[in-house]
Design a protein. Structure first.
Ligand code: GUN
Length: 291
């Protein structure tokens, strides 16, 4: 069984980017600059944003964190977005999701300048991705594609079952896996909470991408011998025995599923770090287009 190591792959790719930054950003050329907007105090969002800022430092980017309370109005958030759009020093930025319920996520996405939309959530970028045109791809699916690519996992003609249909992961990874690309060219089934005979569908998968947000949902009797399993889930499980009182588990029952697979991502240390590396790659693209 091959462990698809997102920590190792990320550090290799980040070093490659760091080399490009050092070579390119000398004399009068400033470094790439990513901004992150964090609303409220959702603990998971705080961790993700902290890791994104840390990754910027690792590769030599400048970064800016804009933190506002959950009571922010939509107008105030739109004003922040306008100032980021207008700021020539900012190459790309993200608005960390989820947003408080009183804020219209779609309106926020629409306000982001597509050229700075390094999350790839603006309909312009999402549409271009669906058409197979160059654009920013959402970070998690892009990170998965980078991981499959680096490990040379064969996807051509394979049956890929995507569990979950979110805008952030399920829908875009299904699109990317079905495109005539390498990796890609797969036959894709999108399954979700309303899917009948889910177990049987999973049993017919060469590749399973689990992005449901349900801890250890994928059990060993759902997985064919020799399948490739990509686990996007990051769930906290009570664990009185550990120092923090919890441990992180994915959407896959890793201990029982892993021995059956050809390759599998661990949680943590699989898709998570790749997501951030994809964001770093997108920020490089947003920056480099200008020079
Ligand atoms: N929340 C969960 N994943 C993501 C992501 O990739 N980008 C943003 N902005 N928010 C998220």
């Amino acid at each position: 069984m091959i462990l698809l190591d997102g920590n190792h792959t990320s550090s290799v790719i980040r070093k490659e980017i760091q080399v490009k930054v050092t070579q390119f950003c000398q004399n009068d050329v400033r470094s790439p600059h990513l901004a992150a907007v964090l609303i409220g105090d959702n603990p998971a969002s705080q961790t993700y944003v902290r890791n994104k800022i840390r990754a910027c430092e690792e590769v030599g980017y400048a970064s800016t964190l804009i933190r506002k309370p959950a009571t922010i109005t939509q107008e105030e958030l739109l004003y922040i977005i306008k100032s980021l759009n207008d700021d020539p020093q900012i190459d790309g930025y993200i608005v960390q999701l989820p947003l408080p319920r009183h804020i219209d996520e779609h309106a926020i996405n629409l306000a982001i300048n597509p050229e700075k939309d390094v999350d790839g959530f603006h309909p312009y970028n999402f549409g271009k991705m669906a058409l197979g045109l160059p654009s920013f791809h959402p970070a998690t699916p892009m990170g998965i594609m980078m991981l499959l690519d680096r490990y040379q996992i064969e996807t051509d003609g394979k049956h890929c079952v995507v569990l979950g249909r979110s805008n952030i992961v399920g829908t875009p990874i299904a699109l990317l896996m079905s495109k005539k690309t390498k990796p890609g060219n797969a036959t894709v089934t999108i399954a979700h909470s309303r899917t009948n005979q889910l177990k049987e569908i999973c049993q017919r998968a060469d590749i399973i991408i689990a992005a449901l947000g349900i801890p250890m949902f994928v059990k060993s009797d759902m997985v064919r011998e020799g399948a490739v399993v990509v686990d996007v889930g990051i769930n906290k499980m009570d664990d009185p025995g550990s120092a923090r009182g919890y441990r992180l588990v994915g959407d896959v029952d890793f201990p029982n599923v892993a021995p059956k697979t050809f390759a599998i991502t661990p949680v943590p240390g699989g898709v998570g770090p790749m997501t951030i590396t994809a964001l770093i790659e997108n920020t490089w693209k947003a920056f480099y287009k200008k020079w």
